[in-house]
Write a protein that binds this ligand. Structure first.
Ligand code: UDP
Length: 465
């Protein structure tokens, strides 16, 4: 697939696909990568996007963009209650999305629409597509292993694992090894019931779709994919990792600071720890300080992404004690947003301290960079458990953050023998990720099945053609 997507364009298919990304960075990146992959397979691409968090359409002159007004108030758009924000988007987008899709489908100048590909989190889209008699597939931007856990939510509630109780955090979830209760994917919200509704909506929507596309690969999540294959009667297409075919930089919502690369150029091979907690995670001020001191005391060079707003209630680097930056004397480089894929691919990077968002986890695996895991919410804790206990390609920072623990964990991963073994395992996984995309590899074959599947879906009757 890699060679085909990058070099030769497939014959045009005379069909249009309408893609609807969920407007968070970790969802926009894989959806636009998928759009590029499908475009290179010969489909025309139309993206419907909210005005909220929209990527720059001029980076995609080969796609048609349509923007819909989601009408979030300023306070709604800036809420830190992510469950509530996801729910709001799922209600406020219904009408504008329906109107936009109706208009698109009645446009006789355009190629016929073969299907809608919606982010699985936008669970309202199924009803709209049904109403317009348009087939719908979903893209699940997270991993398959965490999705298995989402499908088990009703059971986990019934058995008393959820809502999570502090007294049993370290207990195993015996039905879902190797997860512990504390690894179950949840998120703090003033409306806990909303979380269950969203998850059920996502799982039911995927179940009722015409097929599920995954940004993962067989060798990484074989048993989860097999489990889902048994649970779901719709076809599954694990065609990842997407970013090996098309990078995410053009869909970045924040400007990527290229000084990272020139700074990395000056560092020794595999010496740098890259630290980033993605686009949404937030930490407390005391945690920020422990991270800063842990990094300083580790004596390893570090590249740290401090996103504005990362630390609750603070702008940027205010909590750093005066003299901190002088004290580390060039051994650390702090930026607001990094060109992450390029950073991970740089020979100077030896480890990634991550929140284990699914994209970051995959990007790290694909570059063979071992991880320090510090999950914050939702599927991240499941991803982190798989990294540390199943694939054994990283170490967890668990049960509170303190500078000594940070320093110790960095040494274990970057200096000790334990780290060498971990690096060996992640290099094997990296190789498997490369192989699956080559002709005859599992993702490449899945891609061929996906193309045939899309072409076999009945072109819908309302469509003008
Ligand atoms: N990313 C980036 N620069 C950064 C940090 C992250 O470009 O400084 C990208 C990263 O490569 C990934 C995405 O943002 O593609 C984050 O997605 P992920 O699923 O890891 O986490 P989320 O932001 O959804 O929590």
């Amino acid at each position: 697939m890699e060679n085909q997507t990058n070099t030769e364009m497939h014959q045009r298919k005379g069909r249009r696909l309408v893609l609807f990304p969920f407007p968070f960075q970790g969802h926009i990146n894989p959806m636009l990568q998928l759009a590029n992959i499908l475009h290179s397979q010969g489909f025309s691409i139309t993206i419907i996007h909210t005005n909220f968090n929209s990527p720059n359409p001029s980076n995609y002159p080969h796609f048609a963009f349509h923007f819909i007004p989601e009408n979030l108030s300023e306070s709604e758009a800036s809420t830190t209650d992510l469950a509530v924000l996801v729910q709001l988007l799922n209600t406020k987008c219904v009408e504008p999305f329906h109107d936009c899709l109706t208009k698109l489908l009645s446009d006789v100048e355009e190629e016929p629409v073969a299907c809608l590909i919606s982010d699985a989190i936008f669970s309202f889209t199924k009803a709209v597509a049904e109403n317009l008699k348009l087939p719908m597939m979903v893209l699940r931007t997270g991993g398959a292993s965490s999705f298995v856990v989402f499908t088990a939510f009703p059971f986990l509630r019934e058995r008393g694992y959820l809502p999570i109780q502090d007294s049993i955090l370290e207990e195993p979830v015996v039905e879902l090894p190797p997860l512990k209760v504390k690894d179950l994917p949840t998120i703090n919200s003033r409306s806990p019931e909303t979380i269950y509704e969203l998850i059920n909506g996502m799982v039911d929507g995927a179940r009722a779709s015409s097929g599920v596309i995954w940004n993962t690969f067989q060798d990484l999540e074989q048993s989860a994919l097999a489990n889902l294959g048994q649970q779901f009667s719709v076809p599954m297409f694990p065609i990842g990792p997407f970013h090996k075919c098309f990078p995410a930089s053009s869909s970045s919502l924040l400007t990527q600071d290229q000084s990272c690369i020139s700074w990395l150029e000056k560092q020794s091979p595999k010496s740098v720890i890259y630290v980033s907690f993605g686009s949404l995670a937030a930490i407390k001020e005391n945690e920020f300080l422990e991270i800063a001191w842990g990094l300083a005391n580790s004596k390893q060079p570090f590249l740290w992404v401090v996103r504005p707003g990362l630390t609750n209630g603070l702008e940027w680097l205010e909590p750093l004690p005066s003299g901190f930056l002088e004290m580390i004397d060039g051994r650390g480089h702090i930026v607001k947003w990094a060109p992450q894929q390029e950073v991970l691919a740089h020979p100077a990077v030896g480890a990634f301290w991550t929140h284990n968002g699914w994209n970051s986890t995959l990007e790290s695996i694909c570059e063979g960079v071992p991880m320090i895991c510090m999950p914050c919410f939702t599927d991240q804790s499941v991803n982190a458990r798989y990294v540390s206990d199943v694939w054994k390609v990283g170490l967890q920072l668990e049960n509170g953050l303190d500078r000594e623990k940070i320093e110790r964990t960095i040494r274990r991963l970057m200096v000790d023998k334990e780290g060498e073994e971990i690096r060996g395992r992640i290099l094997c996984l990296k190789e498997k990720a490369n192989i699956c995309l080559r002709q005859g590899g599992s993702s490449s074959e899945s891609m061929d099945s996906l193309v045939s599947h899309i072409l076999s879906i009945e072109t819908f009757t309302f469509n003008a053609h």
